[in-house]
Design a protein around this ligand. Sequence first.
Ligand code: ADP
Ligand code: 5GP
Length: 215
Amino acid sequence: MSGERWRYIVINYHPLTQSPITPHLMNQSGKLIIFSAPSGAGKTTIVHHLLSKFNNLEFSVSATTRRPRGDEQQGKDYYFISQTEFLHRIAQKEFVEFEEVYSGTFYGTLRGEIERIWNNGKHVIFDIDVVGGLHLKRKYAEKALAIFVQPPSLEVLIERLSGRGTDTEDKLSERYAKAEKELDYAPQFDVILKNYELDIACKEAETLVANFIGL
Ligand code: ADP
Ligand code: 5GP
């Protein structure tokens, strides 16, 4: 740890409990890599692939009021919290951005989560909805690369979403209804990444990330 990147000694706080972790040297050059798209486009799959390829990336764990799905784990996939707690954290201004992505279900990025990852000397990678993704891009400008994951068509998106087998019929309908509008946001992103063939999309994502973080 030497050179210009490391400037200030800071205490790292856990984003949810606020308990101090270990003192670290502040990373001045941390970046943000944002993956956005409608549910079912393949963001999570591509983000997991990138995390397995680059050891200087760390996933931004969002807070949400939805319940865990499948084998999702607290603090790994999300910080699962109650609506009361979520609203309290909004009032405390702890979110860099948050959205009521689906009616009655909130999702948000905690400021402390980004700081924790940068203080660990890593770049932050996000899996976040299109509105939240554009929010972060506007806030962090050239420190952020905003990538829109585009499925071949709305029909294929719907097939992928139902094929994933993790959502109830109600949840699926809610996600389909939102998807069409979300596809219209694509031109506002830095890059549109076509996820037609998964292998090709993963390779293209690797190249985009490597160029952006300067590998
Ligand atoms: P998101 O995180 O955008 O909601 P996921 O990564 O969960 O999407 O992908 C939705 C489903 O589609 C998963 O079952 C995943 O395995 C599958 N999938 C992702 N990309 C492709 C692809 N290129 N071709 C076929 N299936 C895919
Ligand atoms: P899911 O319930 O499928 O995990 O996520 C639903 C949607 O919420 C996805 O589009 C996901 O990317 C988005 N999402 C996850 N975390 C956040 C967040 O912190 N902020 C915003 N705005 N959206 C998020």
